[in-house]
Design a protein around this ligand. Structure first.
Ligand code: SF4
Length: 381
């Protein structure tokens, strides 16, 4: 029906053009154009199964008309078995497969390019059907495999130390684009952890991020434990509250300075969303959910690694269950800043732990392929 709505007026238009004397548009050209329109319409009007919740799958053929057992088979085929051809879906009747093919497609699509680091990290470039480009990082370690997902093409937060911020904002990604970044990767079945720390500010695209988190953590979805899923934010106060209310996943706040005036220069979002208020919200989040709360602190030599920074961090975090992860700084082109030395980072860690604060020093991964923190979008224009 929708195909007809798009195609029939176009056919009338082509005949009108011919009758008006534009004979250079010959019949063959007409047929080619109609074929193309039919093909485009066919894909445009069908729904991607990847990105749907179990309720949405059940409602695909009309309110609740696909029963729960078949809906689970369909979601398992997409999210767990990664089958991209509906006719190959197991455990659903042939008639339902045919009906489904008319209204939906699996929606799993491959990255368009990849680059491998000497440390095993792989960076993938995706281009979705709207033409938005974004990067995903696959981080294999001995006991875990993490995938770092983008939530936007670019970012509008404008943090000066970040290449994604410099790339500018190109658009929000749908939940299906985020889930696809996990299930379409080679070795996807071995992924144990998902972090929303790629391109974009997740809380600035919260509806889609919450939906992606639900699909990734649900039994009918990818079934990754919420304790292994982390969303990272520079802090947007209302969104953080909503995220903590509506999700069981972990949250990490990119702090980078405990002093508001200094942080405003590194993270402009501080102007409207004071980090102190966000840390209060994190402190007061119900313990019941057992999620992990953490602070990311990129250490820049001579900028945010002084004794006064250390003392302020202690005073903010002592007595909370918020962990702090200390990260090396990766300079972007034209930047005069460098990372704090490893000894300084270890000293910070020691001092924080001695004050009863859980702290760790994180290693850089994928620096040689610009896959590390702040370096994504380096090759995009
Ligand atoms: Fe956006 Fe995060 Fe980069 Fe800031 S650091 S510009 S929030 S992607």
């Amino acid at each position: 029906m929708q195909i007809a709505v798009i195609t029939i007026p176009f056919i009338y238009f082509l005949f009108f053009v011919r009758r008006s004397g534009f004979e250079y548009i010959n019949l063959n050209t007409n047929i080619l154009i109609i074929g193309l329109i039919l093909q485009i319409s066919f894909f445009m009007t069908r729904t991607s199964l990847c990105g749907l919740t179990i309720e949405e799958i059940s409602d695909l053929a009309g309110h609740g008309r696909i029963n729960i057992a078949h809906s689970i088979s369909i979601s398992n085929s997409v999210y767990k078995k990664k089958i991209n051809d509906i006719s190959q879906f197991p455990r659903i009747p042939k008639m339902l497969k045919e009906q489904l093919t008319e209204i939906a497609f699996a929606g799993i699509f491959d990255p368009v390019a990849s680059e491998k680091s000497s440390d095993g990290t792989v960076k993938y470039l995706f281009r979705n059907e709207d033409g938005l480009e974004y990067e995903t990082v696959y981080l294999p370690e001995k006991k875990r495999i993490t995938v770092c997902v983008s939530t936007q093409s670019g970012c509008r937060m404008g943090c000066p130390f970040c290449l994604t911020g410099r790339y500018g904002f190109h658009g929000n990604l749908e939940a299906r684009d985020m889930v696809n970044q996990v299930i379409s990767l080679p070795g996807a079945e071995r992924i144990t952890h998902v972090v929303f720390m790629g391109m974009g500010e997740p809380i600035d695209n919260l509806d889609n991020v919450l939906k992606a988190c639900r699909i990734i953590t649900s039994e009918w979805g990818l079934a990754v434990s919420p304790r292994n899923v982390t969303v990272s934010t520079v802090g947007i106060t209302d969104g953080v509250k909503r995220f903590l209310d509506e999700s069981n996943c972990n949250l990490t706040l990119s702090l980078h300075s405990p002093f508001a005036e200094e942080r405003k220069k590194i993270i402009p979002a501080e102007n409207r969303n004071p980090s102190r208020a966000i840390i209060e919200i994190m402190k007061n989040s119900p313990v019941l959910k057992k999620r992990r709360m953490s602070i990311a602190y990129v250490m820049i030599s001579g900028v945010n690694d002084s004794e006064s920074h250390l003392e302020e961090l202690k005073s903010i975090l002592t007595g909370t269950r918020i962990r702090i992860n200390l990260l090396p700084y990766h300079p972007v082109p034209g930047d005069v800043n460098i990372s704090s030395p490893a000894e300084k980072m270890q000293y910070y860690k020691h001092e924080l732990i001695m004050s009863g604060i859980s702290a760790s020093v994180r290693k850089s991964r994928g620096v040689d392929i610009s896959a590390a923190c702040g370096l994504l979008a380096s090759g995009l224009k």
